[in-house]
Design a protein around this ligand. Structure first.
Ligand code: G3P
Ligand code: CA
Length: 363
């Protein structure tokens, strides 16, 4: 979904710069970190969000992955959600599940081709399998560059099981572990009469986690999904932002022509702030060429937190400029004033946050 070209990034930078009436060329002092988040949310530290659990170390979206993220000190764990044929929410990054499970081996004849979010996709789809069938599968590591030794060990968890883990771990630890669920392909799932939002709301209510004050943040790349969720629960909402010229699929389906960049007019940002708790931008929208873009300041100005994604310590993801040291990347974003971030390596994020906080406290 994210286009890699820097020209796209300059589009939003130029747009945001215009809105803010300032220049990104102006160098900001690295020693004067704008800790705006403490004015907005004094009760919170910078959040470490275990992206798909501790997916740098375990197959993503397994209870083992979430557990490890919690053990490493993540404040929140992040399940992406899709739905089974019989209407049960499960944790998978996409509805095509052959990249992260052994479904192709166990159900070789169930391969098919579908149009998902306007693109032809061939594979095995969560919505074609009952939960009973899904439970026969075992997770595998998506990336060849990561540890394959846990393949075949862990089942695919339901959202309800993720919430149970959060509850039991919170009781054990004596503080609340947060959960940060994302609705995946929500327009598509609504189109096949398996809408995600009522099921998300039902599970949160069942778990006693549907109030705004509960440690739950609901996220989506599609505002339509967040608006649906708002009708059902008071949970805080976060809008994910992809490349500026990309169109959210709900806007494609509604033929509005609207892109992510179109949300960033002053009027649109004000409207967003009425609905949302925060924004989840792709991280290159927050730091460009080593300098903060105006995005954080713009969001904070209307009271929105900013949680960029995704921080990864391993090759080929960590940019060369950090010379193999992920702490340098975290420091840059902490200094820019992010309120939290999604990381595949919660241990690295927690360590870097501790280091940053000790420096800020000492000042
Ligand atoms: O939800 C934050 C981040 O996870 C969005 O990207 O594709 O990893 O779900 P993705
Ligand atoms: Ca996600």
């Amino acid at each position: 979904m994210i286009r890699q070209t820097s020209s796209l990034l300059f589009t939003i930078i130029a747009l945001l710069t215009g809105l803010m009436g300032c220049s990104t060329a102006k160098k900001e002092s690295r020693t004067v970190a704008p800790i705006v988040r403490k004015q907005l949310h004094p009760d919170q530290r910078i959040l470490v969000i275990g992206h798909r659990g501790a997916s740098g170390y375990r197959p993503e979206h397994t209870l083992a992955s979430y557990q490890l993220a919690i053990d490493m000190g993540a404040d929140f764990i992040e399940p992406d959600l899709v739905m089974t044929k019989d209407g049960v929410l499960i944790a998978r990054h996409e509805n095509e599940i052959s990249g992260t499970t052994d479904v192709a081996t166990k159900f070789p004849k169930r391969k098919t081709t579908k149009l998902i979010d306007g693109k032809e996709v061939s594979g095995w789809f969560a919505e074609d399998f009952t939960l009973k069938e899904i439970k026969t599968l075992r997770a595998k590591e998506r990336l060849a560059s990561r540890d394959q030794s846990y393949n075949g060990q862990f089942p695919v968890p339901t959202f309800a099981e993720v919430l149970e883990l959060v509850k039991s771990q919170s009781e054990k630890l004596g503080w609340k572990i947060g959960v940060y669920p994302e609705t995946k392909h929500p327009t598509y799932f609504a189109s096949i009469k398996l809408p995600l939002e009522p099921a998300v709301a039902m599970e949160l209510k069942r778990a006693g986690l549907a109030k705004a004050s509960d440690p739950v943040l609901l996220q989506s790349f599609e505002l339509t999904s967040l608006r649906e969720l708002r009708k059902l629960v008071d949970t805080r909402l976060v809008f994910l932002i992809a490349a500026p010229t990309d169109q959210p699929y709900d806007e494609v389906a509604a033929k509005t022509g609207k892109t992510y960049a179109d949300y960033f007019t002053p009027a649109e940002m004000k409207k967003l702030a009425d609905l949302l708790y925060g924004l989840g931008p792709e991280k290159r929208l927050v730091i460009q060429q080593g300098q903060p873009t105006p995005l954080i300041a713009l969001a904070h100005k209307v009271g929105l937190v900013v949680h960029p994604y995704t921080f990864r310590s391993d090759k080929p993801f960590l940019a060369d400029e950090f010379a193999g040291d992920p702490a340098k990347e975290y420091e840059l974003f902490f200094e820019a004033g992010v309120d939290g971030l999604f990381s595949d390596f919660s241990d690295h994020a927690v360590r870097a946050r501790g280091q940053f906080e000790s420096v800020v406290t000492a000042k």
